[in-house]
Design a binder for this molecule. Structure first.
Ligand code: ATP
Ligand code: MG
Length: 387
């Protein structure tokens, strides 16, 4: 049986950005090489609006397939066999691949980026289709066939493939300015980070913890989640910020109902200072509208009031089931559901305010003695972790 010797990565959206297309292509090629560096994939190169990578006996194709969700910018990839651009040679390979492909209907799809090739795409589709029917007895189905036999003519070679692996699409991570992600150990924030990466932004993480009031488990969880998020960008910086003293002061001086809103305001202020130091232009959270008491429009407004930087909320319109499905796809779900105590769940009042008024929150906040100093102290004590 034939083995593929090339993977062809197709991208959609970046091809539209004609002005800086080469910038995006180079970044995507670099990211593919980086994400797949341990799979034994060979030379990665840009060829006529696609990215090609060599496959050898050492390449672990199953590992490549598993990493597809992290190849942001790739719409799909196809393991292909490279042959001379000669009709007989192409037909032999196509027939051989189709003999070994799973049962079902098929069609042939020739993509000619090399218009010098003698036959037109239509002629090639018809002629290859006939040969495949003859050799395999399969039936042709133009709409929604089980298998599409794709022939791509690129530069000096032809590539034949019968398999397609879907990618996440979007833009290559790193093509947008970075964002500081508020990372809890929960299900939502890692998915939010991955969504931002899919739109091109690399992310830094910031996690607030109440160690030693809470266990080290939540820190370990966040590190494990960060390892998944780090994949598409080849590493990640996570700021681990001690938060217990701020919480204690808030509990001591503020009305119980406002605790969570006030914790969040402190978190955002600290995050904003760190972002400014790093030259980061936006913060992000995993909030989804109305999901919990702290995520009402009123409370989102009362929290956002604490800072000036834009706060991006990629999951704002998503349902929990959708977020969970995405978390499973990326493999963060099993890490996130491990039990842990989030610092926000400490000292939770029985009746948290769901419609906090900004003025009242501000008034309560100034009564928390030493809050600015405690926030400065938290920054001074943070742990900058390289993942
Ligand atoms: P998640 O699953 O992301 O924890 P959640 O549904 O549990 O979200 P909340 O706990 O209200 O919701 O948190 C909302 C958002 O606030 C989180 O998505 C995250 O961005 C941020 N956040 C919450 N706790 C922390 C924390 N300890 N450190 C950093 N960010 C946090
Ligand atoms: Mg949470």
């Amino acid at each position: 049986m034939l083995h593929s010797n090339t993977i062809i990565f197709h991208y959609g959206e970046i091809a539209l950005k004609t002005g800086n297309r080469l910038f995006f292509e180079k970044m995507l090629a670099g990211n593919i090489a980086q994400v797949l560096k341990d799979t034994g994939l060979g030379n990665v190169r840009i060829v006529r609006g696609r990215i090609l990578a060599d496959v050898s006996a050492e390449t672990d194709l199953e590992a490549v397939k598993k990493l597809m969700p992290f190849l942001f910018g790739v719409v799909y990839a196809a393991p292909a066999v490279r042959v001379a651009p000669d009709m007989d040679a192409i037909a032999n390979i196509a027939v051989d691949l189709m003999k070994n492909a799973p049962a079902g209907s098929f069609k042939v799809d020739c993509l000619r980026s090399d218009k010098n090739f003698a036959s037109t795409s239509m002629e090639m589709n018809a002629s290859l289709g006939e040969k495949i029917i003859e050799a395999t007895g399969r039936t042709v189905k133009m709409r929604e066939p089980d298998i599409v036999c794709v022939v791509e003519l690129l530069e000096r070679d032809a590539y034949v493939s019968v398999e397609r692996w879907n990618g996440p699409g979007g833009l290559p991570t790193g093509s947008q300015a970075p964002i500081l992600m508020m990372l809890s150990g929960g299900i939502d924030s890692p998915v939010a980070a991955l969504r931002l990466q899919r739109r091109g932004a690399a992310v830094f993480g910031i996690h607030f913890h109440s160690y030693p009031i809470t266990t080290r488990a939540s820190l370990e969880k966040v590190k494990e989640l960060a390892q998944v998020i780090a994949k598409s960008q080849g590493g990640m910086t996570v700021y681990m910020v001690p938060f217990a003293d701020i919480q204690k002061a808030t509990v001591k001086f503020a009305p119980p109902g406002l605790r969570v809103v006030l914790y969040r305001r402190s978190m955002f202020r600290i995050a904003e200072l760190i972002a400014k130091k790093e030259g980061i232009l936006a913060l992000a959270t995993g909030e989804s509208l109305g999901q919990v008491a702290s995520q009402t429009v009123e409370n989102i407004a009362a929290v956002s009031d604490a800072v000036h930087l834009p706060i991006l909320r990629p999951l704002i319109g998503m349902n929990k089931e959708e977020i969970m499905a995405e978390a499973r796809e990326y493999g963060t779900y099993d890490i996130s559901i491990r039990p842990h105590e989030d610092c926000c769940s400490l000292f939770l009042p029985e009746h948290p305010e769901t419609r906090a008024k900004i003025n009242i929150v501000r008034e309560a906040e100034v009564l928390i003695e030493g809050l600015p100093e405690l926030e400065s102290a938290a920054i001074a004590q943070l742990d900058k972790v390289g993942i």
